[in-house]
Design a protein around this ligand. Structure first.
Ligand SMILES: Nc1ncnc2c1ncn2[C@@H]1O[C@H](COP(=O)(O)OP(=O)(O)O)[C@@H](O)[C@H]1O
Ligand SMILES: [Mg+2]
Length: 361
């Protein structure tokens, strides 16, 4: 594991007036680059060939480095090149999905904006649960054994990317039946059944608040809220019930996009407190706690109970709905504030106040 000391030393070798903001070309890269440009930084994109068109048509990266595989980010050569350009990396979902929290912790010798240790927490459902529970949030129940299922559950697998392969069951029998169906449809591998996570299914609507914990302002800001647009589950309402039954639909939850939402103002006290409680507890969980962006995944029921089932300790793709204009960011900052820009603004202020060392890990 790379020590804090090592990162601090790397940062001390940087020319802080010439910081470059870099990230992998996917997920929320456009959001991050636009924000960095608007705050006056140089930008660098580590990108795969098939995505290059994105960063050409939206020319926000001053430099693009083409790689065959995102894991090349860990090569000595590329790391050396990035350090020479005084690069700070902004981690997003693709860092965990394609490189993995373990290798990031052990091999990435480039300062990351945020708390590197917490990045690893989001790949571990048990750890996340502990964090959210300690923060006093309401969580769905968990069943340890498929044979204990009583009531509607959602079955989740560690290998599933973006919710593909998840399914619902309401009894041990329906669980085994659906698991077989998912294996047949190649959404799932048989050996993955062992690492299943069975969660009480909460009937309600999704809301994913995006927060920013500013060490400089000493405050948790709410910057935006989105909901997910998931295939196939969001298409079910478009099919009449008779056809649904005939084709025995077994919906999946592959994320395709995000939709911005604003919540009833009466829900905001709870949403704001949840963000603060999570940030407060994070100081014990992994000192000095969460830095910068994080997001809660919640379901809100018809009696306005908010269940939290996941946390991401970094920028989420849902914050892309706020690029240019997010109502909650507007309320605090006026026009043109959004997560990518908020990150760059914090880095800029940290440099100015000689506090950059406190914000990168
Ligand atoms: N406990 C739950 N109750 C109701 N819906 C849920 C629950 N957990 C997950 N979902 C739905 O399934 C989707 C994917 O679940 P999630 O745990 O966020 O997977 P991922 O690992 O892909 O982030 C969510 O966006 C939500 O629509
Ligand atoms: Mg999720």
């Amino acid at each position: 594991m790379i020590t804090r000391q090592e990162i601090t030393e790397i940062l001390r070798g940087y020319e802080q007036r010439q910081i470059t903001i870099g990230t992998l070309g996917s997920h929320s890269a456009l959001n991050i680059f636009k924000g960095a440009k608007e705050e006056g930084f140089r930008t660098i994109c580590i990108c795969k060939k098939d995505a290059e068109i994105v960063y050409k048509r939206f020319p926000l990266a001053d430099e693009t480095i083409l790689v065959e595989d995102f894991n090349e980010l860990l090569s000595d050569n590329l790391q050396q090149r990035l350090r020479q350009k005084n690069t700070l990396l902004i981690p997003h979902g693709s860092f965990n999905a394609y490189i993995g929290a373990g290798r990031i912790a052990d091999e990435l010798r480039i300062p990351l904006f945020g708390n590197r240790e917490l990045l690893g927490w989001e790949t571990d459902r048990e750890k996340q649960r502990e964090w959210l529970q300690r923060a006093g949030l309401t969580l769905p129940e968990v069943f340890n054994d498929p044979n204990d299922i009583s009531g509607l559950v959602i079955a989740k697998f560690p290998g599933a990317k973006g919710g593909k392969g998840y399914f619902l069951a309401d009894s041990p029998e329906s669980f085994h039946e659906k698991a077989e169906d998912m294996i047949r449809r190649r959404h799932l591998k048989r050996e993955e059944l062992e690492n299943i996570h069975l969660q009480e299914y909460i009937i309600g609507v999704n809301a994913y608040p995006q927060y920013f914990h500013s060490l400089l302002r000493k405050e948790v800001e709410l910057l935006g809220i989105d909901k997910r647009y998931e295939s196939t589950v969001d298409s079910i309402g478009r099919i009449p019930a008779r056809e649904q039954l005939r084709i025995t639909l077994n919906p999946t939850y592959s994320i395709v996009g995000n939709i911005p939402i604003t919540l009833r103002e009466s829900l905001l006290p709870q949403i704001l407190r949840m963000g603060e409680d999570v940030a407060t507890v994070s100081k014990d969980v992994a000192p000095p706690g969460i830095i910068g962006p994080f997001c809660l995944e919640t379901v809100i029921t018809d009696d306005m109970k908010i269940y939290a089932f996941e946390i991401s300790a970094r920028i989420v793709a849902g914050s892309n709905v706020g690029i240019g204009t997010s109502p909650y960011a507007y309320l605090n900052y006026g026009e043109g504030m959004y997560m990518g820009r908020r990150i760059a603004r914090e880095i800029k202020l940290a440099i100015k106040n000689n506090k950059l060392e406190k914000t990168v890990y």
